[in-house]
Ligand binder design. Structure first.
Ligand SMILES: Cc1cc2nc3c(=O)[nH]c(=O)nc-3n(C[C@H](O)[C@H](O)[C@H](O)COP(=O)(O)O)c2cc1C
Length: 193
């Protein structure tokens, strides 16, 4: 990565709610982004529910999402945990992005993280997310794991990540993602089809 040609990361929060801890985690990531990397986010709210009858052509919001995924050097996904798995909104987005003809998730480096109010910090959701991403050909980064448990204790009331340990793990994840991109899919490399 260089300052002149930064690595572009697309951030996605799997929670649609306004005061989401996961969306707040993405905001913290934007603050902690290493030099030579940029983060922009995509709001999943406009995406319709996946419908195999509605793929030709893709709905406008879906086409926009797929293009943004394709253009990014990597994804950074903040997943909530709903009933021990990922949210429906996140799974829906992945289903849309998995489809032919471009399959923009195939060969895409992905870092994941998550915040929950429970004790396990989205551990079970992240295991499911890893399985789903592997199925669609994405390249999930192995570690560090960013599992933010009891989120109400590590964010302040307006959603700033105030916990120094969590900020350290997040910083380490972003640095590892930069190295992961350079290793598995550096900009300009041809991705598997
Ligand atoms: C439908 C639903 C299911 C949930 N299931 C879990 C769960 O399995 N594990 C957990 O730690 N928290 C669970 N929670 C609590 C979430 O961790 C909490 O609502 C969290 O704030 C959601 O993320 P967000 O702040 O980004 O919206 C659940 C919440 C909802 C709404």
């Amino acid at each position: 990565m260089t300052i002149a040609n930064p690595l572009h990361v697309l951030g996605i929060s799997g929670s649609l709610r306004k005061a989401s801890y996961n969306t707040a985690l993405l905001r913290a990531a934007a603050e902690l982004m290493p030099a030579g990397m940029t983060l922009e986010t995509f709001d999943l709210l406009p995406l319709p529910m996946f419908n195999q009858d509605a793929e030709k052509p893709f709905p406008e919001a879906v086409a926009e999402f797929r293009a943004r995924v394709a253009q990014a050097d990597a994804l950074l996904i903040a997943t909530p945990e709903y009933n021990s798995s990922v949210s429906g909104a996140l799974k829906n987005a992945i289903d849309w992005a998995s489809r032919s003809p471009q399959q923009p998730l195939n060969g895409k480096p992905v870092a994941m993280m998550g915040a929950s109010t429970g004790n396990f910090g989205t551990l079970r959701a992240q295991l499911h997310l890893r399985q789903i991403l592997t199925h669609v050909g994405a390249l999930p980064l192995g570690k560090p794991e960013v599992l933010v448990a009891r989120a109400e204790q590590v964010f302040d009331p307006v959603g700033n990540l105030t916990d120094a340990t969590a900020r350290g793990f997040l910083r380490d994840l972003l640095a590892a993602l930069g190295k992961w991109i350079e290793r598995v899919a550096p900009p300009g490399s041809s991705r598997p089809v």
